[in-house]
Design a protein around this ligand. Structure first.
Ligand SMILES: Nc1ncnc2c1ncn2[C@@H]1O[C@H](COP(=O)(O)OP(=O)(O)OP(=O)(O)O)[C@@H](O)[C@H]1O
Length: 229
């Protein structure tokens, strides 16, 4: 099995592309969903967040008030760092668990949908391929304005807070250009899927796992022989 990182920019069409990939039966791990899960009450990160940030960041139902927490870390970079040091290891653990599950199920590849994949650049070294869902700047601006009901200035400010798509484009191994019609995007996703399905890169991980299993089996056999005789 191999990993494929997928990212985009605000309103560039990532959700649209992921929907097609899921429809094709691809295994997709959504980092945003995991980030929301690990701060739910029964998780370790929840207890740590409450310990450090206090019960005032809780909603009446006991869940974390994400907006209140976002406001705190917005003006206190050291608190943002603290929050990241609590949540990031839990998110990575959960991602690893899901990757292993897909490996055991025999998936050839898994798509990791990570919003800040190219900005943080920490996870790209684990990816065999990286995919950018691209959209030309005027189209991105107009789709964002329409979807979120924003003024020109508001939409421009949100886009400017991210690494420009033209910069991310240089970092990706594959680009899906979503500037045109849905059908054109769909065709590109189908062709990417065919390319990934045809790749033999999944064999390396299976070979490595097979070698470990055979090695461990051999070791157990030798130990049993030793103790029985
Ligand atoms: N090819 C397309 N043609 C027309 N509209 C599109 C196309 N692709 C996406 N859109 C529209 O553009 C908007 C943004 O798309 P989408 O929500 O998929 O982007 P996203 O990258 O997931 O956004 P975000 O990361 O900001 O949540 C949506 O309203 C969607 O319906």
């Amino acid at each position: 099995m191999f990993l494929v990182g997928l990212s985009g920019g605000i309103a560039s069409g990532k959700s649209t592309v992921v929907a097609v990939l899921r429809e094709l039966g691809c295994a997709v791990i959504d980092a945003d969903v995991i980030a929301r899960e690990v701060v739910q009450p029964h998780f370790k990160a929840y207890r740590q967040i409450v310990r450090y940030f206090g019960t005032e960041i809780l909603l009446e139902n006991g869940e974390i008030n994400r907006e209140a927490l976002a406001n705190i870390i917005f003006s206190h970079p050291e608190k943002r760092q603290l929050l990241n040091s609590i949540t990031h290891p839990e998110i990575q653990k959960e991602m690893l668990k899901q990757i292993l599950k897909h490996f055991v199920l025999g998936c050839r590849y898994v798509i990791l949908d990570i919003p800040l994949l190219f900005e943080t650049n920490r996870l790209t070294k684990f990816m065999k391929y990286t995919v950018l869902v691209y959209c030309d700047p005027p189209t991105q601006l107009s789709r964002l304005r329409k979807r979120n009901g924003l003024s020109q200035a508001e939409a421009e400010a949100r886009i400017a807070s991210q690494l420009p798509l033209d910069e991310k484009r240089k970092l990706a191994t594959h680009v899906i250009d979503n500037s045109g019609e849905w059908e054109s995007t769909r065709r590109q996703v189908l062709s990417l899927h065919a390319h990934l399905e045809a790749s033999l890169d999944f064999l390396w991980a299976r070979l490595a796992a097979g070698t470990v299993v055979v090695g461990l089996g051999g070791l157990v056999y030798l130990l049993l022989q030793h103790f029985i005789s």
